[in-house]
Design a binder for this molecule. Structure first.
Ligand code: ADP
Ligand code: MG
Length: 269
């Protein structure tokens, strides 16, 4: 429900309106008229304003924008980690704001896998233990969870690190464990918030390639929030956000990616 005490929305250019999906594409995530308002030190901040967006099943979408532009806030809306102040988010036709808290927990666990900048692994659990956790939450028995954990750790290239603790693994390996954990319940979506931000160039590139591979081989939809230009080439589409608005959405096939990066006008304040 809209917050009636919210301040007048900032005057912005015309909001982006998604076109009808191209032939053969199915809308998996639909965002309509989403606002997110935070109050910070008595000041009101529109972290997102009037966001409309469609994400198609089995595509790789990067939400790109400078720090503070609203990427994580949008990530949290799409991933059902936070509720919008106004507007509608639906995933696979299910309206997220309409779900109660236990339905929401189940929905998150079953349909969405999360990857974060800082891996968010449980330090006292092995790679296997970390990957089994979301399956245990879903009520899977140990035998099933062990078999699947092994399988997904092999998919991410860590078949030889099953019983290592996170602290015994490199940053890249820890992020691979996090990706395996995200994949454990065979979700429709993997949401990754700045997954390469703590990694060096080469390791970051490897994680991007892994996510791209999973999109192709596991039928998963990958949504990343990032300001890492390395993510551009792996993506099918880029959602440029600026000051809490969708600036534009581009097919990567039409993007002017040069050696030095992209048209940096997207990053001008
Ligand atoms: N929990 C919060 N409380 C107050 N302000 C917030 C909160 N989360 C985000 N913001 C503000 O919303 C804006 C967008 O933040 P965020 O989505 O984290 O941007 P990004 O991920 O692109 O760096 C920023 O101005 C930020 O300070
Ligand atoms: Mg962020």
């Amino acid at each position: 429900m809209a917050d009636t005490t919210a301040p007048a929305a900032p005057k912005e250019k015309k909001p982006y309106v998604p076109p009808p999906p191209p032939e053969g594409k199915e809308v998996l995530v639909s965002v309509r008229g989403v606002d997110k308002i935070f109050t910070k030190g008595g000041e009101t901040v529109y972290a997102l304003h009037n966001i409309n967006l469609d994400i198609y099943r089995n595509e790789y979408v990067s939400i790109m924008g400078p720090s503070g532009s609203g990427k994580s806030t949008l990530f949290n809306m799409v991933g059902a980690l936070d509720k919008p102040s106004a507007g509608e988010v639906s995933v696979g036709g299910v309206s997220l704001p309409s779900l109660g808290s236990s339905q929401l927990s189940y929905f998150r666990c079953k349909h969405i896998g999360y990857v974060f900048q800082s891996y968010n692994l449980i330090p006292w659990l092995t790679a296997m233990g970390n990957v089994m956790l979301p399956m245990t939450f879903l009520g899977r028995d140990d035998e099933f969870a062990e078999k699947r954990a092994k399988e997904v750790l092999e998919i991410v290239g860590l078949g030889h690190r099953l019983n290592h603790l996170p602290g015994e693994c490199s940053g890249g390996q820890q992020q691979r464990i996090a990706v395996a954990r995200a994949l454990a319940n065979d979700p429709a979506i993997i949401l990754a918030d700045e997954p390469t931000a703590n990694l060096d160039q080469k390791t970051g590139q490897e994680i991007i390639e892994l996510l791209s591979e999973l999109c192709k081989t596991q039928g998963v939809t990958v949504i990343t929030a990032t300001h890492d230009f390395k993510m551009l080439k792996a993506s099918d589409r880029i959602v440029w956000i600026k000051g809490g608005n969708v600036d534009k959405v581009e097919d990567v096939a039409n993007l002017n990616i040069s050696v030095g990066g992209v048209d940096e006008s997207h990053y001008e304040g």
